[in-house]
Write a protein that binds this ligand. Structure first.
Ligand code: IPE
Length: 187
């Protein structure tokens, strides 16, 4: 018992990355089952995979407002696609007897990167958050990634024992953002 574990469910693991909005339910069920077998306090941070990245890239949502692009519909679509993916996650957790609550970041977080603004929501049972399109004071909006969320939860909650990265479809995790990374930054 005791102690908190923060887990990232990588988007490339829980979705089929190359096909728009396709979910890997077997993997989600396996992760939910594993989470049901611990006495630890859990925070689950899930990624987007094909529910976020394809459209976000197409409409350059990470860069914020670009006047020549009609991005509003894409913002709406990515947010609602993320809620759809989150529902698969929540349903699977419930099916495995886990009491969990989801806090969509576009409702409580502002800004991107590890210094985003907003109080980290925490639930008595399992807390669930995910990478999302959030409002941003400077550029209008941007992508708050699950990795920034996991960093904040892992460093700000008391008694965090470890951060676990469940990943698939990638070679590993990077110490620094992809744009700055060299081969040595791959863990
Ligand atoms: C990305 O979140 C969020 C969106 C594109 C909306 P993550 O960066 O945490 O997602 P994965 O794990 O790489 O898919």
């Amino acid at each position: 018992m005791g102690g908190t574990v923060v887990i990232k469910w990588g988007g490339g693991l829980i979705t089929y990355k190359d096909q728009l909005c396709t979910v890997n339910l077997d993997v989600i069920d396996a992760l939910a089952k594993a989470c049901s077998q611990t006495g630890k306090q859990l925070v689950i941070v899930h990624g987007a995979g094909s529910f976020g990245h394809l459209k976000a890239k197409q409409f350059r949502l990470a860069e914020g407002r670009i006047d020549e692009l009609s991005q509003d519909e894409a913002i709406y679509d990515v947010r609602s696609d993320m809620l759809t993916l989150n529902k698969f996650v929540m349903d699977s957790l419930a099916k495995h007897g886990i009491s969990a609550k989801s806090y969509p970041p576009h409702e409580w977080a502002k800004g991107t990167g590890p210094k985003f603004k907003g109080d980290l929501p925490v639930f008595d049972g399992v807390t669930v958050v995910f990478g999302d399109v959030v409002d941003d004071e400077k550029q209008g909006f941007g992508i708050l990634s699950g990795d920034d969320l996991i960093l904040r939860y892992a460093t700000e909650l008391p008694e965090v024992e470890r951060a676990v990265f469940a990943i698939g479809g990638v070679d590993g995790i990077l110490r620094v953002p992809p744009a700055r990374a060299t081969a040595e930054d791959l863990i």
